[in-house]
Design a protein around this ligand. Sequence first.
Ligand code: KIV
Length: 300
Amino acid sequence: MSTTPKVSVSTDRLAMTLPRLAEKKRLGEPIVMITAYDFPSAQIAEEAGVDIVLVGDSAAEVVLGYSSTVTVSIEEMLMLAAATRRGLRTPLLVADLPFGAYEASDEQAVLSSQRLVKEAGADAVKLEGGGPARVSRVGAIVAAGIPVMGHVGLTPQSTTALGGRRAQGRTAERALAVAREARALEAAGCFAVVFEAIPAAVAAELTRLLSIPVIGIGAGADTDGQVLVLHDMLGIYPGQTKRHAKRYADLHSQMLAAVSEYAEDVRLGRFPTIENTFSIDPEELAKLVNALRSPRFEDD
Ligand code: KIV
């Protein structure tokens, strides 16, 4: 088995704050965001020094095995976000408001956001869309003291309404609609906004237009930051890499090889070996064997 390369870890890194994020945009320093859904993946994000960790509702597909993000519940998001919180110290922790947990009313949106903050320890929440109802939800959540990240372009919770998982803003008219939504989210108090699957040139124009940081996924290199889904970038599942993602590892192959090797070792008697085994003093063992064979053993 290959050894893991040592990564230098800074222990004096300051916790990410909203003013520091805004400063990063002002200074043109790229913002690094990644998804995480549990304690070990959060620890890795912490050690790697990312700026923002998103407990995305993509967990529905990549962790929980649902066929779409709309199925994941607020209870499931709370459990994943709480586990992620326990592995984090410095990155800003943003949790997705899942489908069905904020659309009904501003009150519902505030209550769900409060749960993500109080029960799971999220620093902020993210919601999808920038129409009038969503803008109203953002205003209510921000007024309740909870920071909100917006999300425009391809918004997977409304895949059916968008006509499938396809790039958005590919005509001037559609791009203007995205621009209006992003501006409205900014005006309502979002501290940042995700642009998903938007042509790079459109994202570049809109990033200049907005004063809040824009984090892109499939939106080119000129946004203020990038976000990737952890399982996409680590190659935890087999098959094609999505167009917007880059695979930095092929963990599926490595995990499969490791589990297959373990299975073979057990079947062939190669595991466990003496190193994986606890010992007992031979005299104690002899006493035990005698006791087990004694006719009184069953009665004791
Ligand atoms: O749920 C998610 O992982 C997301 C990212 C793709 C931004 O919303």
